[in-house]
Write a protein that binds this ligand. Structure first.
Ligand SMILES: Cc1cc2nc3c(=O)[nH]c(=O)nc-3n(C[C@H](O)[C@H](O)[C@H](O)COP(=O)(O)OP(=O)(O)OC[C@H]3O[C@@H](n4cnc5c(N)ncnc54)[C@H](O)[C@@H]3O)c2cc1C
Length: 523
């Protein structure tokens, strides 16, 4: 690229950065004007998602001159969206709203038990739901632009790549190039869903989570390939909306999560009608003359080949960090050879001292919105000299929004055993029946709580796992206690709120070690 050669020429013989504005015949625009060390901005943030926006807004509020560049490369299906990143557009927000739509279906089924006369049949209109969700997301896109404007953060809708360690080149949708320079650069470019590279028809006919929330029409009978939380959440809400849904997984569900809890999650989903094809892997997707997709897969247990027909194939087999087009080598930024994520230290600093990486693109960080936001804010405060606080990534709570929600904080039972040794770990557990399930005659077989503790008194809580209604709300509350170093004894001394599911946590008396069957509690 012409810009790269030009920028290279601008580096002095000592390699020190010397930046001058130049417009080329190719139409490069640049506003930098200073000599060595003088840049356009104090801080340039690449990526206007959860982490990037939080960092930019905080830094601007603390007096820095800040710019954010954000650009959404359309998905292979052509889906595109606005400012705000994955969470707002193709992640947490539309996911939770559609999960809510699915839960409402369950409540409508419960309603007659509580005296409501619900006219049958009750139908769901995907088009209406999608329009409402998409309109809300668009309002958030707009809100983010307004917030940037209010805080005097300059926003560029350009795709950035590094020219050198202080300069990026941004390209607009129309191909216009802009050069921007800054003293500090934060990379917060997140990740995108992975497509399989070796499966015929996968890219051509499949969609991902980048598309599902923006479909105008119902996806119909769907095959979800993958066992990630994204796979299970999507399959969960599709089933809840009444669609014929199958999950195909090669190995275990929810890798990295507590495996007992993960099995209960899929058991409940199966009881609600989601079909599971375990130990199977797809080999081909073909489009039939009627537009349906014929999927061929191998059953890894029997070695047999099978076929099925679906309206939609959704790949949820993991995500890849957005580092490929950043030309990180021009700035000397190191990435992990395995994950392609950017290597950072505890201060979020990359291999280049004034360049930082936060959120999903950074190696070893949880792929969650609140951690990206907090890391971004704390980084901004450090850059402005307001604080020395670094992000603490331990005991981060999270929830998988499957039909029966699974919330957890701290270590899984497997991790606790591996770290502390089986003999030093005590696990308290109980099945419970949510009060709201009783009158509605819902099956509560998978409503389960597990608290993983150190065995030695006062039995520090290492992990809490909660499977049941409103798991996110329950887990968020207990996360504070666990972050503050709560022990089993302290949790047992915590007075419950009656009648709730959360109070069941404070009633866990039977330990797995005691060998007794877990209690079934509840109102
Ligand atoms: C389906 C789904 C559900 C999820 N649900 C949850 C949930 O319930 N709770 C939760 O905490 N997390 C959830 N997540 C994860 C969460 O969305 C991410 O962890 C979070 O958005 C990461 O923020 P980020 O700032 O690192 O990156 P992102 O939010 O992905 O933002 C990166 C931005 O950078 C832009 N960009 C990339 N490259 C360039 C470039 N070269 N130039 C300019 N701009 C660029 C991207 O287009 C994007 O706008 C979910 C994710 C998915 C996919």
């Amino acid at each position: 690229m012409a810009v790269m050669a030009m920028a290279a020429a601008l580096r002095g013989p000592s390699g020190r950065f010397r930046w001058r504005t130049q417009a080329t015949a190719g139409g490069v625009r640049g506003s930098a004007r200073g000599a060595a060390g003088r840049q356009d901005y104090n801080l340039l943030v690449i990526g206007g998602g959860s982490g990037g926006l939080a960092c930019a807004k905080e830094a601007a509020q603390l007096g820095m001159k800040v710019a954010v560049v954000d650009y959404v490369e359309p998905s292979p299906r052509g889906t595109r969206w606005g400012l705000g990143g994955t969470c707002v557009n193709v992640g947490c927000i539309p996911k939770k709203l559609i999960h809510q739509a699915a839960l409402l279906g369950g409540m409508i089924r419960d309603a007659p038990h509580y005296g409501w006369d619900v006219a049958q049949p009750v139908l769901h209109d995907w088009r209406k739901m999608a329009e409402a969700v998409q309109n809300y997301v668009k309002s958030l896109n707009w809100g983010h632009r307004v917030q940037l404007q209010d805080r005097k953060v300059k926003y560029f809708n350009i795709k950035a790549s590094f020219v050198n360690e202080h300069t990026i080149c941004g390209v607009t949708k129309g191909g216009k190039e802009t050069l921007l320079s800054a003293e500090h650069i934060v990379i917060a470019t997140g990740g995108r869903p992975k497509y399989p590279t070796h499966i015929e028809g996968a890219l051509e006919y499949g969609i991902t989570s980048d598309d599902i929330f923006w479909l105008k029409e119902s996806p119909g009978k769907t095959l979800v390939v993958g066992a990630s939380y994204v796979a299970l959440e999507c399959a969960g809400f599709l089933t809840g909306l009444g669609l014929d849904t199958t999950v195909m997984m090669r190995s275990i569900p929810l890798r990295g999560f507590d495996q007992q809890m993960s099995s209960l999650v899929t058991e409940y989903m199966a009881s609600q009608g989601t079909r599971f094809l375990k130990h199977c892997t797809p080999s081909r997707v073909q489009k039939l003359p009627d537009g349906q997709l014929q999927v061929t897969w191998e059953d890894l247990t029997s070695g047999r080949e099978n076929m099925g027909t679906f309206s939609t194939v959704l790949w949820a087999i993991g995500r890849i960090p957005e580092t490929r087009s950043l030309n990180l080598e021009n700035a000397g930024i190191n990435t992990s050879p395995n994950s392609q994520k950017i290597l950072v230290d505890a201060q979020e600093v990359t291999s280049v001292p004034h360049i930082y990486a936060i959120g999903d693109v950074a190696e070893g960080r949880p792929e969650l919105t609140p951690t990206a936001i907090m890391a971004g804010k704390l980084l901004a405060r450090r850059l402005c000299g307001q604080s020395l606080d670094v992000m603490d990534y331990s005991n981060v709570p999270t929830t998988v929004f499957t039909p029966l929600e699974y919330g957890c904080v701290g270590l899984s039972e497997e991790e606790a055993m591996a770290r502390h040794g089986e003999e030093h770990v005590e696990v308290y557990h109980a099945y419970y029946k949510p009060l709201e399930f009783t009158v509605a005659e819902r099956d509560a077989s998978q409503c389960y709580i597990k608290m993983v503790c150190l065995r030695k008194p006062p039995q520090l809580v290492l992990g809490l796992h909660f499977l049941g209604p409103n798991a996110g709300e329950v887990t968020q509350g207990f996360a504070l206690g666990i972050k503050c170093g709560a022990s089993y004894e302290q949790v047992m001394r915590t007075v419950g709120i009656h009648p709730t599911c959360a109070e069941e946590v404070a009633k866990l008396r039977i330990s797995k070690r005691s060998g007794l069957d877990p209690t079934v509690t509840g109102c």
